[in-house]
Write a protein of this length. Sequence first.
Length: 289
Amino acid sequence: MRFTYAEAMTDPAHYVPLAQAAEAAGFHSMSIADSVAYPAESDSTYPYTPDGNREFLDGKPFIEAFVLSAALAAATTTLRFTPFVVKLPIRPPVLVAKQAASLAYLSGNRFSLGVGISPWPEDFEILGVPFERRGKRMDECIEIVRGLSRGEYFEYHGEFYDIPKIKITPGATERLPILVGGHSDPALRRAVRLCDGWMHAGGPPEELDRMLARLDELRSERDASTPFEIHAASMDAYTVDGIKRLEDKGITDVIVGFRYPYVAGEDTEPLADKIAHMEKYAENVISKV
């Protein structure tokens, strides 16, 4: 089992010491949250709060995901970084490929690209991208990022993007892992069809079991022998016995955090307390697995 440390919407000055502490504690990776802007007016809902309310996000600090990943990679030596998740279809895919390949190259391949579809029409509107057919747009974006990140000549002719033969230099010197986040059936199918893994954002254990069964079903219809990562946020990740249960279910990476971030207002937890939570978890769980 590999361990990912999750922290978001906190004081940006905390991120470098937190990444360094996570590396020292034995974590394999750190997740990076993504948000471009918060609209003053919106009737959209948030998919990961019980009532769909997203007002807690107003005023929360988000450093741009690629910028933060690069800064943290420069301050560490072994820790990986995975956006959880970059809202891919609102971005130009060639630019994303350039950013991801550059990050992978400079970090010694310590970067994985977690991607998802924003549930908010405002994200598409402010970046001038149609909200309609966003799933198909997402598929094309993944294919383009995959093709260009290799650093070889690549061209693409699809419904939304028409890209002549071009090359990104330098490319990633190893395969850039692309992981899909999302709990819908299209997200699960996209993960199996186009990507190297799937990222789970939490919820009832029975729902995780249902999605894992669906992934098994989808992978059985294809070549399931290729490596496939499953990153999960589960309460089972906080005990040694729970980790063993998750391993038995095929989970490759657990995502753990030590506070509930979906509340309004500033994060007032001191940096020292955050590091202490991390070190306690490493002592009680990571060191015993």
